[in-house]
Write a protein that binds this ligand. Sequence first.
Ligand SMILES: Cc1cc2nc3c(=O)[nH]c(=O)nc-3n(C[C@H](O)[C@H](O)[C@H](O)COP(=O)(O)OP(=O)(O)OC[C@H]3O[C@@H](n4cnc5c(N)ncnc54)[C@H](O)[C@@H]3O)c2cc1C
Length: 546
Amino acid sequence: MTLAIKPRSSLEGQHFQVVVIGGGINGVAIARECARAGKRTLLLEQNDFASGVTSRSTRIIHGGLRYLEHGELDLVRESVRERERLLRERSHLVHPIHFLFLLNENSQRSAMKVRAGLWLYQRMAKKKSPDLSEMEMARVQRSLDAGHQWLMLNFEDAQCEFPERLVAEWMLEAAATGAVVRNHCEVLAVDIGQGRARGVLFRDRTTGKDQRVDASWIINCTGPWADRICQRSTVRMKKPMLGGVRGSHIVLPRFSGAPTAALYTEAPDGRPVFVVPWNEQILVGTTEVPDTGDPAKATASQQEIEYLLQTAAALFPKAKLSAHDIKYAFAGIRPLPNSPSDKPSAVTRRHFLHDHSDEGASRMISVIGGKLTTAASLARECARKIGIPVEEPKAVTIGPGSSLDPLLDQEVIEIARAGSVSEETARGMMEWHGQNAMDIARMALVGADLRAPICPHTSHIVAEVVEAYRNEYAVTLGDVLLRRVPVALGACWSESCSREAALRIGAVMGWKEQEFGANLEQFETERAAFLQRPARTGSALEAAAD
Ligand SMILES: Cc1cc2nc3c(=O)[nH]c(=O)nc-3n(C[C@H](O)[C@H](O)[C@H](O)COP(=O)(O)OP(=O)(O)OC[C@H]3O[C@@H](n4cnc5c(N)ncnc54)[C@H](O)[C@@H]3O)c2cc1C
């Protein structure tokens, strides 16, 4: 079987009621909200959906315990509500996760303050978090630095291990309700005339052709790129809207004694830090470094990597973590509101909708800030701002693949049977594709090449890749392996996996030799730029294990 991809038609001269620039979680959520309300909507993303900050986050769907410290009760309330909604509506992608708040005798936060914060947090969620088992608490205790007196406090939040998949689902829902969605389309400028934003000029990078569309409303939802769009577009800005703050993570293997719960604790300098089980690995983050550089080039500095490694190594001395253990590091720029006098940690994490009317561009709104957790409520607010009467949803509907569904195990068996695949593969498909897993399974039945694993170390199969190219707007191999079927974020992915995967995918897609080479090279370039391999010699990185 070989698969041809449909070329995209030109949009030149068309009119849209809403053009959303930027296909991160916020832009996709807004496009979905507008399309669902019947507005003719266009979503333009310069690279791929969720390739920006959305994929550089800690991937926690949290009520924002930390915001209590800054007195942002409204933000906590909103975040808790949205977290609960995601847990119910997208339970195949968003799971509850146990957290342990760790304090020791050197902690800057007092036990009393943290206990009070956790009490309030649970009250806001209107539920008591289940405690971690005593056995697991004892296991964590044993692996921590025995030179400290540890206090461990239980609470629960949620985790979306793959926000890339959540964004893909919302993007597909936007498209299903009529939105035109285009990735690899860079907005070159917003056309502004007579005091209002009238349209956008964009370049389709798949063809190199420029196109212009008219718009009644333009939503600049480009995260850390938001000021750049305005600079390109003669919006008369008095000052930048953003004060970008870089946040970095390191990814470690599941070391001996690694916790199965997520840890929230203080780094030696008192900053909050997370140690989170993620994707069969351990994610440690983050940092806060002011950064006004090109967001596409954000990388974790050597100092940040050292800081995170030393924090993890100090917590778990018995694991003897060293630079050699780091699988990769990654970084993103938080699109925080410009607030030069505040410490980065004190800058509010709430979002703002900036109306450009006073800067000579009415009917243009820029979205500033926001979190994965609150993207859907931000989208509703944005829709209302442009006159779409969206109500706050009352009832929570149970989404596809819900783990609340007692038939889940039965569904796994049925999918496995329908596709003639293993139950492990069927479960993995349900976790990433929800109800769509059944259609993918039926496609897999057609050929052994479609049922083949993408690489020898994963249970995810080539049929999922075909689905990504055929129905999920994937254009490049990176779109597929980093975001639609994100196996390349896995613990053991290597260059040889990339090559093997490209061979198996290329056979089904009908790639000629040159196409195979170009796809693989482009993928490896993107993977290396995103998932940084830190330098492994010299410096304090080596010493961190001592
Ligand atoms: C280190 C870190 C950790 C975080 N952890 C969490 C967390 O655990 N939980 C949580 O809820 N939130 C977290 N966040 C916050 C959250 O990730 C972001 O607020 C959110 O992803 C922002 O989404 P966005 O859609 O606004 O931006 P982005 O995801 O960056 O999307 C903007 C998009 O615009 C596109 N774009 C830019 N210029 C153009 C152009 N000219 N034409 C077309 N497209 C363009 C970009 O390519 C990009 O894809 C974290 C953030 C960081 C940095």
